[in-house]
Design a protein around this ligand. Structure first.
Ligand code: GLU
Length: 304
C-alpha cells in the first residue's frame, strides 16, 4: 500500500520548535517508507486563522527542507476554509441516519453541570439536549443558530497507537455527545479532520500526543462514515525548561527567533536529537536524516 503522511497545521501563529519536531517526524516517517507527504492548512477558525501565518508555515517548512508533495495554501482544495460543502455532505449523512441533534446549551451551562471537573480541562457533555435515550433522532429539526451534536454509544473504542500502544476509550466517559457544527456554523475539527484525512488518502497520522485520546472520536466517525482508518502515531510534545508544553509564549523557540540564530541543519539536528533519533544535537539536514542508517525511530518497535 502506498504510504501517505500529512502535516495539518492551524495557521494561527508562527511555528515553534515543537511544530517543527512533529512536522519533521511525520515527513521522515512517510518518506522513509517511500511514501508521500501532504500539507493541509487547518484554517477552520475564521477569527484566529490568518493567510500570513499559512505563508510563514510554508516558508519555514521549505527553509528546513521539508518539501510537501501535495497541498499547501495555494491549492485551496487543501485548505479547510474552502471545504465547507464537502463537510456538509458528510454531516447530512449523519443527520439523515438520525444520529445528531441540536444543542442549545451554553458553555457556561455545560461547565456548571460538570461535577467534578475533569483535571485536564475537558468537558464531558451530559446529554442535556438529547431528544431521547437512543437514536434515531428526528432529522427534521431546524438546526440554525444552535450547535449540532453527534450521539456517542456507551462502548469502548480500542486502537493501537504507534508510540503509545494499546488504547481503550469510552466516548460516553471521555467527552459525551460531541459537536460537529458550532452554533455559529463553523465546522468542528473532529468532523473536518476525519473527512479530510479519508478523502485525501492519508494512511498515517503522526501528530502530538495531545490528540491521542480524541483519536477515539475520530475512529467513531471513520466507522459511521464507512471510511478506512489510517495508522495513528502520537509523539510526545516538546516541553520547555519548566516542563510545560512549548507554546507561542516561548519566544526563544519560535521560528522567527530560531531562524535568526541557527541554520536549517542545526534546527533539524536539534529536533532529531529531542526525538531520540540521534545521539547528539549535531547539525544534520532533513535529507541527510532521511538517508541516514541506524536512526532509532521510537515507533518502529510497535506493531500497529
Ligand atoms: N490542526 C491541528 C493543530 O494544528 C492538528 C490536527 C491534526 O494533526 O490532526 O493542532
Amino acid at each position: 500500500m502506498a504510504i501517505k503522511g500529512r502535516f495539518a497545521p492551524s495557521p494561527t501563529g508562527r511555528m515553534h520548535l515543537g511544530n517543527i519536531y512533529t512536522a519533521l517526524l511525520s515527513w521522515l516517517s512517510a518518506k522513509r517508507k517511500g511514501g508521500t507527504w501532504l500539507l493541509r492548512i487547518e484554517d477552520l477558525d475564521p477569527q484566529r486563522s490568518k493567510p500570513e501565518f499559512a505563508r510563514l508555515i510554508e516558508d519555514d517548512l521549505a527553509w528546513l527542507g521539508l518539501e510537501w508533495d501535495e497541498g499547501g495554501y495555494d491549492d485551496r482544495h487543501y485548505c479547510q476554509s474552502c471545504r465547507g460543502d464537502i463537510y456538509e455532505e458528510y454531516f447530512r449523512r449523519l443527520r439523515a441516519a438520525g444520529l445528531t441533534y441540536g444543542c442549545r446549551c451554553r458553555r457556561a451551562d455545560i461547565m456548571a453541570s460538570q461535577a467534578p471537573h475533569q483535571s485536564d480541562g475537558r468537558i464531558v457533555y451530559a446529554g442535556t439536549c438529547r431528544p431521547g435515550t437512543k437514536p434515531p433522532f428526528s432529522a427534521d429539526e431546524e438546526y440554525q443558530g444552535v450547535a449540532t451534536r453527534l450521539f456517542v454509544p456507551d462502548r469502548v473504542i480500542s486502537f493501537t497507537d504507534g508510540v503509545c500502544g494499546a488504547q481503550s476509550i469510552n466516548l460516553t466517559d471521555y467527552c459525551g455527545d460531541f459537536v460537529l457544527r458550532r452554533a455559529d456554523g463553523a465546522w468542528a475539527y473532529q468532523l473536518a479532520v476525519v473527512v479530510d484525512d479519508a478523502l485525501m488518502g492519508v494512511t498515517e497520522v503522526l501528530r502530538g500526543d495531545d490528540l491521542l485520546l480524541s483519536t477515539a472520536q475520530q475512529l467513531y466517525l471513520y466507522e459511521l462514515l464507512g471510511f478506512e482508518a489510517p495508522a495513528f502515531i502520537h509523539v510526545p510534545l516538546l516541553r520547555n525548561e519548566e516542563g510545560r508544553r512549548l507554546s507561542k509564549r516561548d519566544r526563544s523557540m519560535s521560528m522567527e527567533e530560531l531562524r535568526r540564530r541557527y541554520t536549517p541543519e542545526e534546527i533539524t539536528g536539534m529536533a532529531a536529537y529531542r526525538a531520540g533519533l540521534t545521539a547528539e544535537p549535531k547539525a544534520i539536514s532533513a535529507k541527510e536524516l532521511l538517508e541516514a542508517d541506524g536512526l532509532n525511530f521510537p515507533w518502529d518497535s510497535v506493531v500497529i
